[in-house]
Design a protein around this ligand. Structure first.
Ligand code: HEM
Length: 155
């Protein structure tokens, strides 16, 4: 007497085998590499294009010293909105750092004019400035350079 092939037990085993085979052989999602840090793009800024990097709306915080633009976002508590040195955010901070003053009058007023040459600084102020530059070079990344606006530029 022959036993029928399609018994409930056989069917259950068949389903089980097919399920296991599918789980083993189904296509795996390709391995993904971990995301690296954002690439640093060296850019040129004018006083006006730098202005928007003042930390508002969670934007990065940049400031310029002697023509170098630093990303000071990690010092957001100093330079971000409400910080003690927020006046420097998005600005050329050269004169202010040299003169140890974060007053408004230390900042270049005409954003489309020439850069402040800071050629009237005393030797003490120059030393002071160099000390800050040394600190910034150690602590922050340079993301670009500050150039004066030229009539051929587009904002
Ligand atoms: C009432 C006087 C001041 C006090 C009590 C004071 C206090 C401080 C303190 C505690 C720090 C943090 C230091 C650190 O953790 O590395 C700092 C950093 C700093 N201060 Fe002052 N400060 C004063 C005046 C000024 C003035 C007048 C300036 C103007 C240029 C200035 C510019 C800076 C800058 C640029 C930093 C560095 C922030 C950084 O590392 O990015 N401070 N200050």
């Amino acid at each position: 007497m022959s036993t029928p092939l399609l018994t409930p037990l056989n069917l259950t085993l068949l389903v089980l085998i097919l399920t296991l085979a599918y789980l083993r052989l189904r296509p795996q999602s390709p391995p993904s590499l971990p995301h690296g840090p954002q690439p640093i793009v060296f850019k040129t800024f004018t006083p006006r294009t730098l202005l928007k990097y003042n930390g508002t709306d969670n934007s990065p915080v940049y400031l310029a010293v002697r023509g170098k633009v630093y990303d000071v976002s990690s010092g957001r508590n100093f330079y971000g909105p409400g910080g003690p040195y927020e006046n420097f955010a998005g600005r050329d901070a050269t004169r202010g750092l040299a003169c140890q003053s974060f007053d408004e009058e230390m900042l270049t007023k005409d954003l489309d004019g020439p850069l402040d040459p800071c050629d009237d600084l005393t030797s003490e102020q120059v030393d002071n400035l160099n000390g800050w530059i040394e600190r910034f070079d150690e602590k922050y990344l340079v993301v670009g350079k500050l150039l004066p606006f030229r009539k051929t530029d587009f904002h």
